[in-house]
Design a protein around this ligand. Structure first.
Ligand code: RB5
Length: 149
């Protein structure tokens, strides 16, 4: 993973995502990226919304630049994050999806399905996610229409 100067990443997971989150945090530490860990911090059973909401608020307040969220399927934590108005969380299971989530959707959280991807795949996904820029243009117009009136 390259070093992205001044970038801060927030992490959240439930018990099913804890181990993958720990692996990704070590990766980020080794590359001297800044991070905030919103838990959980063990494999003891917990409820993913309790950690998803903490991460969502941090992203909304710009305390972190991007969020990485992990649960077993990625779905529960992703659904919770997307209840927040300023969150665009994308469930990413490969690098191509992650790149498109940034280019087309300006996603600010990358949700990962811990039980369905390897550590290597997860590392590739988050590297792609944080290093890919939003393309703007026609995609901004579409994003503007996401919110319910
Ligand atoms: C936990 O067993 C599991 O349900 C959770 O991690 C997630 O997959 C829910 O969407």
């Amino acid at each position: 993973m390259q070093k992205y100067k001044n970038m801060k990443i927030g992490f959240a997971a439930d018990h099913a995502g804890y181990q993958l989150k720990s692996f990704l945090i070590e990766l980020v530490k080794n590359k001297e990226l800044e991070f905030v860990d919103f838990g959980t911090n063990s494999t003891e059973s917990v409820d993913y919304p309790d950690f998803a909401h903490l991460l969502a608020v941090a992203v909304e307040n710009k305390d972190v630049d991007y969020g990485i969220a992990v649960c077993g399927t990625g779905n529960g934590i992703n659904m919770t994050l997307n209840k927040h108005r300023k969150i665009r969380a994308a469930l990413c299971w490969n690098s191509e999806i992650a790149a498109l989530a940034r280019k087309h959707n300006n996603a600010n959280v990358c949700s990962l399905p811990a039980r369905f991807i390897s550590e290597t795949e997860a590392a590739e996904i988050i590297e792609t996610f944080i290093s890919t820029d939003f393309e703007g243009g026609r995609h901004q117009k579409r994003i503007d229409k996401i919110e319910c009136k």
